[in-house]
Design a protein around this ligand. Structure first.
Ligand code: MN
Length: 725
C-alpha cells in the first residue's frame, strides 16, 4: 500500500505550503470510516482512496483535491453524511465530495454514440468545479487498473463507460496521459481477443523497434547539437488502442502505420520547433502529406505540436516537435495551466506574460467550426444553458434550463405529452410544473384519453411542447367552431324552411367554397362559427330565388337568434371575445342581466351559454376550463332592453305583506311579471318575477323590498342544472 508520506511529499513539491494537515486528517477519517471494508481484490478498502489521492498528487492537484481523493467514497459507501464532511473539512471539500458522489450515482447505459456525447456534456454541466472531474478521473483510473477482480459483466460495463465517456472527456480536456491509459485498459476488457493479437504483434517486434528508436534518438540528439538547438527527447511505440482504431479505420496492416513508432523532441521555443523540423527533413526523407502544423492550428483541446513522418532505412516513424510548455499541456491538459483560489479556476501565475488561457480559448473558439460544442467544455465555469435528464431506462434527454416534466414528456413523444397526468422525479411524485435538474430521472405517468391543458403553456420551456399544445388546442377550438357554425346555418335555414341537408349537399355549396377561401365544408362552417363569415350570407346564396322572395327582411343573424332566445329588444346582445357572430344565450339557471359580471360556456351544440359569475353552476363548469370563453355586455343599454328576474323573498307571515312588497317594487319603477306566494311554519315565501333594465335597477328593487318590516331575505332564484355538456 502506498504510504501517506509519499503523497504528502508530492503535494508539498507542487504546492509548497498547502494544507497538508487537511490531507492527514482526511486520511485518518477515511481509514476509520472504511475500516473492515475490503475491495474485490481482497485488499483493505483504504488502498483505493489512497491510490486515488496519490494519482491526484501526481496530477499536481492541490491539497483540497488530494484530500477529496481520500474521502471520495465515504458518503457513498459508509454511513457518513455530507454534513459530517462539511463539519470536519469545510464546505469546499464537502462540495467536491458531493459532486463526485452525484456523478457516481448515474448509470450510463445507452450504446448510442450521440447519447455518449450527451452524457459527457452532462458530466460537465453537473460540474461547477473542475476538481470534481479530476477526482473522477483518478478514481476511474485506479478502478480500471484493478478491474480484473470484478465479475465479467461489471467489467464490461465499466470498461465501456470508460471508453465512451471518460477517455473522450480526458481528451477534450487535453489530458493525453490519462486518456491513453484509460483507453488501453478499456480496450483490453472490451475486445480481449483483438487486444491480445495486437499486443502479440507489437511485442514480437518490440526489441527491434526499441533498438531502432534508440538509434534514431541518438542521431537526432547529435544533429540538434550540431545546429545549436537545445532539446530533450522521448520515444514511444504507439498505444495499442490507437493502433487498433487506425487499423480498423484505414483498413491497413500494422507495418503501414506511419506513426507506430514516434520520437518526441522537446525544445525551448517555437522558433526552434520549426528549425528542428528543417533539420529532421534534411536528415531523413519526409513522407508527403504527413506534415501537420498544430502550432499554427492548435487542436480544440489546446494540443500544439509539429508532426512529421520520415523514413529511415525503410522504416517510417513520426517525429513530434513541441516546446516544453506545449508538452505540459499535451500531457496534463486543463490541469497544466490552472490552479484554484477560493474554489475558483484561476489562470496560473506563470501565464502572466502570455495571454491568459481563457482568452486564448475564446479566441480559438471563434475560429472553430463548431463553437457551441467547443464552448461546452468551458461550461464548467459558465452557467449551463441546458439540463440533462434521464428516462428510467437511462436515455439522456437534453432540455433547456428550467424545463419541466411536460417538456420531457413531449420530448419523448407527442402522445406521451398529450396524455401526461403526472411525473415521478427520482421516484417521487412531483407537480408537472417542477423545474428539472441535471441528473434527474424522470418517469412520466400517462392516462389514455387525457388531454393537454392550456395552463401548461404558462410553464413549458421547449418550443416543441409549446407548439404541440397550441396545435392541439387550436384543433379543439376549431371543432367547437364547426359545431357552432353548423348550428347557425341550421337556424338560418329553418327561417327559409329549407333542409340544411339539402342545402349543404348537392354540390351547390362546394361551388362557392373557394370564394370564402375554404376547401371543404368544415372550413366554411368553422369560419361561420368564428364569426368571420355570416351564415345568413351563405344561406342567401344557396336558397332558390323564388323562396328567398317569400322570406321577410330581417336583422342580422346573431341579433335575431339572441332576440328569440331572450325574447327581448333588438340590441340586447352579448359578444364573445374574439368571436363576432356566435350563437349566444343567457343561461336559464341564473339569468344574468346587463351590468352583471358574466362568463360564457361553450355547450355541445347549443352555442355559448352566458352565466352570472356568481352562478353555482359556474363552479361545476370549471372542471372543463377549456370550454370557458370570455363574454362582455355589448355597448350601452338601449331604452327598450329589460330582463325578467325571478326573486325569492322570505317574510314573516302577516297580512298585507304581499301588497307592501308590490308597492315597494312599483316605488322604484319596476314591473311585476308574475307572483306566487305560499306559507309554511309561520313564514311566507314569495316567488316574484320583476322586469328591470339592468343590474343597478335590480339592486334598487332588492334594497326597497328589504326595507319592509318582516322581510327576512331577498335573493335571486338560481336553479342548479345539469348543464348539457
Ligand atoms: Mn472510488
Amino acid at each position: 500500500m502506498i504510504r501517506l508520506e509519499e503523497i504528502l511529499d508530492k503535494v508539498e513539491k507542487h504546492h509548497p505550503g498547502d494544507k497538508l494537515d487537511l490531507i492527514r486528517r482526511a486520511y485518518i477519517f477515511s481509514a476509520k470510516e472504511h475500516k473492515g471494508q475490503v475491495r474485490a481484490s481482497g485488499e483493505p478498502y483504504l488502498t483505493h482512496p489512497l491510490e486515488v489521492a496519490n494519482l491526484l498528487a501526481e496530477m499536481k492537484m492541490d491539497a483540497v483535491t488530494v484530500g477529496v481523493g481520500l474521502l471520495h467514497d465515504v458518503v457513498e459507501d459508509t454511513l457518513t453524511t455530507l454534513d459530517k464532511i462539511e463539519e470536519l473539512f469545510g464546505p469546499e471539500v464537502a462540495h467536491i465530495v458531493d459532486g463526485v458522489t452525484k456523478i457516481s450515482q448515474i448509470q450510463f447505459t445507452s450504446k448510442e454514440e450521440k447519447q455518449a456525447e450527451n452524457f459527457r456534456k452532462m458530466l460537465l454541466a453537473m460540474t461547477d468545479d473542475i476538481r470534481v472531474i479530476m477526482v473522477k478521473f483518478a478514481d476511474r483510473l485506479h478502478n480500471m487498473r484493478t478491474l480484473a477482480y470484478l465479475p465479467s459483466e461489471r467489467r464490461q460495463a465499466i470498461a465501456r463507460e470508460t471508453l465512451e465517456i471518460y477517455a473522450p472527456l480526458a481528451n477534450r480536456l487535453g489530458m493525453g496521459k490519462i486518456r491513453g491509459e484509460l483507453e488501453d485498459l478499456a480496450f483490453s476488457y472490451l475486445d480481449a481477443k483483438a487486444h491480445e493479437e495486437l499486443k502479440d504483434l507489437v511485442e514480437k517486434n518490440r526489441k527491434k523497434h526499441e533498438a531502432f528508436l534508440a538509434e534514431v534518438t541518438g542521431m537526432v540528439q547529435q544533429k540538434m547539437r550540431e545546429h545549436g538547438i537545445p532539446c530533450f527527447t522521448q520515444s514511444r511505440i504507439k498505444r495499442l488502442y490507437s493502433i487498433h482504431l487506425k487499423l480498423k479505420k484505414q483498413r491497413i496492416a500494422i507495418d503501414q502505420v506511419y506513426d507506430l513508432l514516434a520520437l518526441r523532441l522537446i525544445t525551448d521555443s517555437v522558433k526552434n520547433c520549426y528549425a528542428a523540423l528543417g533539420v529532421i527533413h534534411n536528415t531523413w526523407r519526409p513522407v508527403p502529406g504527413r506534415i501537420k502544423d498544430f502550432i499554427a492550428m492548435p487542436r480544440p483541446n489546446m494540443y500544439q505540436s509539429l508532426h512529421t513522418s520520415v523514413i529511415a532505412g525503410g522504416q517510417p516513424f513520426e517525429v513530434q516537435i513541441r516546446t516544453a510548455e506545449m508538452h505540459q499541456i499535451a500531457e496534463e491538459g486543463i490541469a497544466a495551466h490552472w490552479k484554484y483560489k477560493d474554489g475558483k479556476l484561476v489562470a496560473d501565475d506563470r501565464e502572466d506574460q502570455r495571454v491568459s488561457w481563457l482568452r486564448h480559448l475564446v479566441e480559438l473558439q471563434q475560429e472553430m467550426k463548431d463553437p457551441a460544442d467547443f464552448l461546452s467544455t468551458l461550461k464548467i465555469d459558465l452557467y449551463p444553458a441546458e439540463v440533462y435528464t434521464f428516462t428510467p431506462k437511462g436515455k439522456v434527454i437534453t432540455l433547456p434550463r428550467d424545463a419541466t416534466p411536460v417538456d420531457f414528456a413531449y420530448a419523448i413523444h407527442t402522445e406521451v405529452g398529450h396524455t401526461c397526468v403526472g411525473a415521478k422525479i427520482n421516484n417521487r411524485m412531483t407537480p408537472l410544473r417542477t423545474k428539472l435538474r441535471n441528473g434527474d430521472i424522470v418517469e412520466i405517468i400517462t392516462q389514455s384519453g387525457h388531454k393537454p391543458s392550456r395552463d401548461w403553456l404558462s410553464f413549458v420551456k421547449t418550443s416543441r411542447a409549446r407548439n404541440k399544445i397550441r396545435h392541439w388546442l387550436t384543433e379543439q377550438e376549431s371543432e367547437k367552431a364547426i359545431e357552432l357554425g353548423r348550428k347557425l346555418v341550421e337556424k338560418e335555414a329553418r327561417k327559409y324552411k329549407q333542409s340544411v341537408k339539402e342545402l349543404l349537399e348537392g354540390g351547390k355549396l362546394d361551388a362557392i367554397l373557394p370564394e370564402y377561401g375554404s376547401s371543404k365544408i368544415e372550413d366554411l362552417l368553422s369560419a361561420i362559427g368564428y364569426g368571420k363569415v355570416s351564415a345568413k350570407q351563405i344561406i342567401a346564396r344557396l336558397v332558390p330565388d323564388g323562396v328567398k322572395e317569400a322570406v321577410p327582411e330581417e336583422e342580422s343573424k346573431i341579433t335575431s337568434v339572441v332576440k328569440r332566445v331572450f325574447g327581448l329588444g333588438t340590441d340586447a346582445k352579448l359578444q364573445v371575445k374574439g368571436f363576432d357572430d356566435l350563437l349566444v344565450y343567457r343561461a336559464k339557471c341564473c339569468n344574468p342581466i346587463r351590468g352583471e359580471e358574466v362568463i360564457g360556456y361553450i355547450t355541445r351544440g347549443k352555442g355559448v351559454a352566458v352565466h352570472s359569475k356568481n352562478c353555482p353552476n359556474v363552479q361545476n363548469l370549471l372542471y372543463d376550463a377549456d370550454r370557458k370563453v370570455d363574454v362582455v355586455w355589448a355597448g350601452a343599454a338601449p331604452a327598450a332592453e329589460s330582463y325578467a328576474v325571478p326573486l325569492t323573498i322570505v317574510t314573516e307571515d302577516r297580512p298585507g305583506m304581499l301588497a307592501e312588497i308590490a308597492a315597494a317594487i312599483s316605488d322604484v319603477k319596476a314591473n311585476i311579471l308574475n307572483v306566487e306566494a305560499r306559507t309554511a311554519d309561520e313564514r311566507g315565501t314569495i316567488d316574484i318575477t320583476v322586469e328591470i333594465p339592468d343590474m343597478k335597477h335590480l339592486e334598487r328593487v332588492i334594497m326597497s323590498i328589504k326595507k319592509i318590516d318582516g322581510v327576512y331575505d331577498v335573493s335571486r332564484s338560481t336553479k342548479t342544472l345539469n348543464i348539457a355538456r
